[in-house]
Design a protein around this ligand. Structure first.
Ligand SMILES: [Zn+2]
Length: 165
């Protein structure tokens, strides 16, 4: 079971294992907003329902940068090929290096875009100015947003969507 952590302003911070959430609660660093009514743990003296949503008393200091990885590049680009502007399923998408890797292009937010395999194949190792399809937007490092860092799984509680969306 997992717990959604909010900061003191009710912004989502991250999703943690319930053990970590209980520790934050029992050490007085957070309060329970919602709990799993059917899941309990017992200490010798008390019974606690596992927290579903926990609010930290402090500001969110763990607001990290968005991690650079394939999935987050797809999310930034809204699962849309940046050349033909069509939306695809994740498995149909590839990562394109705008300045080709074979010519020294880096793997970073500013040089990597979402591309469907057809466009990526057509582009091959061409430089941006040698390729007839133009990028729709300049790739940038995304700002931190909860959507990019919080990925609920199917068995996580539906209530979380009220906070994450
Ligand atoms: Zn495409």
């Amino acid at each position: 079971m997992r717990t959604l952590l909010l900061d003191n302003t009710f912004l989502p911070v991250k999703i943690v294992a319930w053990e970590k959430a209980m520790l934050l609660f029992l050490t007085g660093r957070a309060e329970v907003i919602e709990e799993y009514s059917d899941l309990q743990i017992r200490s010798p003296r008390q019974t606690f329902n596992l927290p579903k949503i926990l609010r930290l008393f402090s500001r969110n200091r763990s607001r990290q940068e968005v991690k650079f990885n394939r999935y987050n590049v797809f999310l930034r680009d809204n699962f849309t090929c940046q050349y033909c502007e069509k939306r695809f399923l994740q498995r149909e998408l590839t990562i394109d290096h705008v300045w080709p890797r074979s010519k020294g292009g880096k793997s970073d937010w500013e040089n990597v875009v979402t591309s469907c395999s057809t466009c990526n194949h057509k582009k091959g190792n061409k430089l941006p100015n040698e390729f007839h399809l133009k990028l729709k937007r300049k790739p940038v490092r995304p700002k931190w947003t909860p959507r990019l860092n919080l990925k609920p799984k199917d068995d996580d509680p539906d209530e979380w969507n009220n906070w994450i969306a």
